[in-house]
Ligand binder design. Structure first.
Ligand code: ADP
Ligand code: MG
Ligand code: MG
Length: 366
């Protein structure tokens, strides 16, 4: 834990005009430590957001910040050039007195700060199709605005993040070494996954052939990474740009389908409650197309129904691998937590497969 004095000291490295009043823990993010800073400026209270970057997850904070800096500048330029009339906002990074986008403290941790987005908040779960539409639209819009980011390729801050065939290889290695002695009890799950092995290569093959381009993707497309205007209910700002990096557009869409269409939590054990709800899929699909439709290639469009299946399968593979390795990566709160999560995700995969025809029909009509 950091004391107020320490937080004030870190905050003092950023170019902020005003007197520091207080720093309070803020939001419900799981990765970084987020604080809201309050400053006084001649009787007016101003807010900023300050975050400690989790460098256990991101081994190269400077690369994360370089990506973020380029992306936020580009988005800001777009808003100035095209969107001056709208209420859309973008994350605006503060700089330090030495003109850096982040600062390292005396304990070795990295910090960054933003202008606080006022009168907006993030929600933790997608409550209805309307919200799903809006969230998918916001993330599609985000991708759309980054299609023309100039300069070199962004840093791959987590290498091979969605390289599903590599995830399968990692699963195979975990089965082989069977560190926790659990492989025998998960034969059914292993078979289910291996039957679909070839499909895990599909998008990367299309990418290698040139029909699906590499783009810039967000990679953490949860609803709580969109700030929603308190007054209008509109998504006005995409946040949490740690994982912005090169990737396929379909990964972001797929992860929205994975996380946003089931009625149950990711670790629900009553599998009757788990599955893809078509109305939520349809809302995500329409929302995403409303903003991303203009730039998607035919092969990307055609694979929208497949994307959710792929990312859900990939997530199941990651849970199962961790289960076999003895629960070393994901935090677990009960003995078979990772296996429960794996089964939950595989149920969603089945559910998507059983609705594939309707999903394709929807695609044809769109
Ligand atoms: P994490 O990676 O830990 O999820 P986020 O960047 O998503 O971190 O931030 C955590 C929470 O802090 C968000 O869900 C949001 O509620 C809030 N937040 C982050 N940045 C801002 C900002 N610039 N303005 C207002 N609230 C913010
Ligand atoms: Mg977040
Ligand atoms: Mg994050």
């Amino acid at each position: 834990m950091y004391t107020q004095d320490e937080l004030r000291d870190i905050a003092s490295k950023f170019v902020i005009y005003g007197d520091f009043l207080v720093a309070v823990p803020f939001g419900s993010g799981h990765i970084n430590d987020t604080y809201q800073l309050t400053y006084d400026q001649g009787g007016v209270r101003l807010h900023y957001t300050m975050q400690r970057i989790n460098h256990a997850v991101f081994h190269h904070p400077e690369q994360v910040m370089e990506n973020m800096d380029r992306v936020t500048r580009h988005l800001l330029n777009k808003i100035h050039a095209e969107r001056i009339e709208t209420k859309k906002r973008t994350l605006r990074l503060l700089r330090t007195y030495t003109n850096q986008p982040c600062v390292q403290d005396h304990r070795g941790n990295y910090w960054r700060a933003y202008v606080f987005v006022e009168n907006a908040r993030s929600y933790d779960v997608l409550e209805n199709p309307k919200q799903a539409y809006m969230a998918a639209q916001a993330f599609g819009d985000f991708q759309c605005n980054l299609v023309d980011l100039p300069g070199p390729r962004l840093h791959e801050t987590i290498p091979n993040f969605h390289n599903t065939p590599k995830r399968v290889e990692a699963l195979e290695a975990a089965i082989k070494s069977d560190k926790a002695g659990r492989a025998r009890q998960v034969r059914h799950e292993i078979d289910f996954i291996m039957k679909r092995r070839e499909e895990t290569e599909k998008l990367l093959k299309l990418n290698a052939e040139g029909s699906i381009p590499e783009r810039i993707t967000h990679n953490d497309t949860k609803v709580n990474n969109i700030l929603i205007d308190d007054l209008t209910g509109e998504g006005i700002c995409v946040i949490d740009l740690d994982t912005v990096m090169p990737g396929l557009a379909l990964y972001d869409f797929g992860d929205m389908v994975r996380a946003g269409t089931s009625a149950a939590e990711e670790d629900e054990v009553n599998l009757e409650k788990v599955g893809m709800r078509f109305e939520m899929y349809e809302a995500l699909f329409r929302g995403f197309l409303s903003s991303a439709g203009g730039f998607l290639t035919p092969a990307e469009r055609e694979n929208l129904p497949f994307a959710g299946k792929l990312i859900t399968l990939e997530t199941a593979i990651r849970f199962l691998t961790d289960y076999l390795e003895g629960d070393v990566y994901f935090k677990t709160r009960r003995p078979h937590h990772n296996l429960d999560r794996c089964r939950n995700q595989l149920k969603i995969v089945e559910s998507i497969e059983s609705q594939m025809n309707e999903m394709k029909k929807l695609l044809k009509q769109a």
